[in-house]
Design a protein around this ligand. Structure first.
Ligand code: 3PG
Length: 209
């Protein structure tokens, strides 16, 4: 099985990026990398997402690009074909998890309950996305899960910000957080890559436990 833990250690923040216009794909990736963030979770929420993913995979080799919002085995296959280096799902089912794990690249499945954490552990994986982190209970909830299940490392995502990230990153069972705040829609539409680099630099400077 591919090592998912390595994905969690690239940056204190994994930017969750949604790209409408594939022309933005390479500049966004370069802007993030210039700010010191060398990883992207590119969501499959737009029609052209796979085109953007392929552009980044082909043209920005110093950034690790994965596909997010994987809901079906077919999306996982398409993402791998487009060059995804890892796969992220917002939630998890046994069938989707088994399919993703068989593809041989790191997989970060989303969990929000103790039962889901245990199900993913049964598949041999101890790195997970905690989603939606804020509404599901925030840092206190993760700290509580860490008592009976200290062997799992989480990437909390969903409602996390530059201000709230430190409370998560201070926990022993959190390796990084995820969030969409590094790539505001307005900055992308205005080709304001400098702002994205600035937001990336702030995020890359966050301390971890
Ligand atoms: C995700 O898919 O991980 C979330 O949409 C990101 O959540 P955020 O927009 O609250 O950061």
């Amino acid at each position: 099985m591919a090592d998912t833990t390595s994905i969690l250690h690239v940056s204190p923040v994994i930017p969750v990026v949604t790209i409408d216009d594939p022309q933005h794909a390479v500049p966004v990736a370069r802007a993030l990398a210039d700010g010191g963030v060398r990883i992207i979770e590119l969501t499959l929420r737009t029609e052209s997402a796979l085109t953007s993913l392929k552009l980044i995979a082909d043209e920005v080799p110093d950034i690790s690009v994965g596909a997010g919002t994987i809901l079906t085995p077919g999306q996982a296959d398409a993402a791998v074909a487009a060059g995804a280096g890892f796969l992220v799902s917002p939630g998890v089912t046994p069938g989707l998890l088994a399919h993703m794990l068989a593809l041989g690249i790191p997989v970060l499945p989303g969990v929000a309950t103790v039962g889901e954490v245990m199900m993913v552990l049964e598949h041999g994986l101890n790195a997970m996305k905690f989603f939606p982190a804020g509404p599901a209970g925030g840092p206190k909830y993760l700290a509580a899960i860490g008592a009976p299940i200290p062997q799992v490392q989480f990437c909390p995502t969903g409602g996390v910000s530059l201000d709230s990230a430190p409370d998560y990153l201070a926990l022993p069972n959190v390796s990084c957080v995820g969030g969409s705040w590094l790539t505001p829609k307005a900055a992308m539409e205005n080709n304001d890559w400098e702002q994205i680099t600035k937001l990336a630099r702030e995020a890359a400077g966050l301390g971890r436990n």
